[in-house]
Design a protein around this ligand. Structure first.
Ligand code: ZN
Length: 459
């Protein structure tokens, strides 16, 4: 093991102990009343606004009409929306610590051999995200602790209640490598003595299947589509495992995948809605429908297209999120770009945390080449994390793909990287053509971009 990796592992072990300690507090919060939730949320909001106004040049002008001493969620309406472009273009004036800027964050991403911590205990992540626009993010020590607790506290409470039988093993189906935040976020034991095994998903499905069979997990966490596919394999007799709990993330959980998981294993499914910017916005309790909003650490606002809040019965065009735990890179009234529907009725689980319906939206299309399926993620891992690609669109061809990129990538290097990623999926000699363009053509009515365009004639 290299020196850098072992230094990372030692700090990470310390970090995970911080998470385990904080989980006890977080499990207690799950029983809070509305009043307790709102009191905590208001204090956290005032703390964030006061800090951001003092330490972030970007936010200090945006927050000029806000008095952090008395601010409430309703007062956020006077603050402009923050877009993904704002966050990436204004990086250096948003970040609140002196010893970190965008150039240095890019350098860390380019030079690190594995996940790493800065001397200031920050982790730098990058993601193409669902929008396909590349982002660079900084997670400070406490923000990671918050996000990990939000991701796992519901499941951890269930583990305490059931006191499972025998050793627990968590299979973590995630990118497995930097620069994505998903592996550190989900590779977290939630029961005493639980072991974890990270299974990278950027390989052919047969290899994922074999790795999961070998791990014999009692618990699984990962991409909704991958776990759905594993469930179908189990029902077909191709995978013999006996999980007791499943957590899904990173993609919409489609009904067909939820049903496949139910058919295969009849286990509770905790679906998670998160983002690298905010961490974790909401998590399913596996008792009632939808997801419980993590209101103690996140403020969600339903707004119209101009960012003005709408009433509970009025349709919302956008959902703005304010992350209360991210002090180093504050996101305040950030447009997540997801469509969210609130569920007004109390949840059968008894929680006082508000609920939203499962996050909709369609998943990126997989590309089918004969018998080989190449998931959109194979392209996204490469194109979404190249620092010189700001946006891209992938169109399937008979033997490969035509790719349009906005930015200034090194075409030769990028082409080679995409070819390598597709070979890993079992496509032996993919034909990849990459071109640079000024802008991508969006759907005229919705303004949305179809990022992955499969060949039309698929059976
Ligand atoms: Zn519930």
């Amino acid at each position: 093991m290299s020196t850098a990796v072992s230094a990372y592992e030692r700090l990470r072990a310390a970090h995970l102990h911080t998470v385990q300690a904080a989980l006890i507090d977080h499990i207690g919060r799950l029983d809070w009343s509305r009043e307790e939730i709102e009191r905590h949320q208001t204090h956290r909001l005032r703390a964030l606004l006061g800090y951001a106004k003092e330490r972030s040049t970007f936010h200090s002008s945006r927050l000029s009409d806000i008095d952090p001493a008395t601010a409430t969620v309703a007062d956020l309406a006077s603050v402009p929306m923050m877009t993904k472009q704002d966050a990436q273009n204004e990086w250096d004036s948003i970040v609140t610590v002196n010893d970190l800027d965008r150039a240095q964050a890019e350098r860390i991403l380019a030079e690190q051999q594995w996940f790493s911590y800065t001397p200031g205990d920050e982790q730098i992540f990058s993601s193409g995200g669902s929008s396909g626009v590349r982002g660079v993010y900084v997670w400070d020590w406490n923000y990671y602790v918050s996000a990990a607790c939000l991701a796992w506290r519901v499941q951890a409470r269930e583990e305490l209640r059931t006191q499972g039988n025998g050793p627990a093993r968590l299979a973590v189906l995630a990118a497995g490598t930097p620069p994505h935040a998903s592996t550190p976020l989900f590779d977290v034991p939630t029961a005493a003595g639980m072991e974890t095994a990270v299974i990278p998903v950027g390989v052919p499905f047969d290899e994922i299947l074999a790795a999961v069979a070998a791990a014999q997990p009692t618990h699984m966490v990962g991409y909704a589509s991958v776990i759905g596919r594993l469930a179908r394999a189990a029902s077909a007799g191709e995978l013999k495992i006996s999980p007791v709990r499943v957590s899904t993330n990173s993609e919409p959980l489609l009904d067909e995948d939820r049903q496949a998981i139910r058919d295969a294993w009849s286990v509770p499914v905790h679906n998670l809605w998160g983002s690298t910017e905010i961490g974790v916005q909401a998590v399913g309790c596996a008792r009632g429908e939808g997801l419980h909003v993590c209101e103690d650490e996140v403020v969600l606002e339903r707004v119209d297209e101009n960012g003005m809040p709408v009433g509970p019965d009025e349709p919302a065009v956008r959902t703005l999120a304010t992350g209360l735990a991210n002090r180093t890179f504050p996101f305040i009234r950030y447009d997540l770009g997801d469509q969210v529907t609130w569920l007004p009725d109390p949840c059968p689980c008894g929680s006082a945390f508000a609920r939203v319906a499962d996050i909709g939206g369609r998943r990126d299309d997989d590309f089918q080449y004969g018998t080989i399926t190449v998931p959109a993620s194979a392209f996204r891992y490469v194109l979404g994390t190249d620092p010189r690609v700001s946006e891209y669109q992938v169109t399937q061809t008979v033997g490969g793909a035509d790719i349009l990129t906005v930015g200034s990538p090194d075409i030769t290097t990028l082409t080679a990287a995409v070819v390598t990623a597709l070979r890993a999926q079992g496509l032996s000699d993919p034909a990849i053509r990459i071109q640079i363009t000024d802008r991508l053509r969006r759907h005229e009515a919705t303004g949305k971009l179809r990022r992955f365009v499969p060949l039309p004639s698929q059976g």
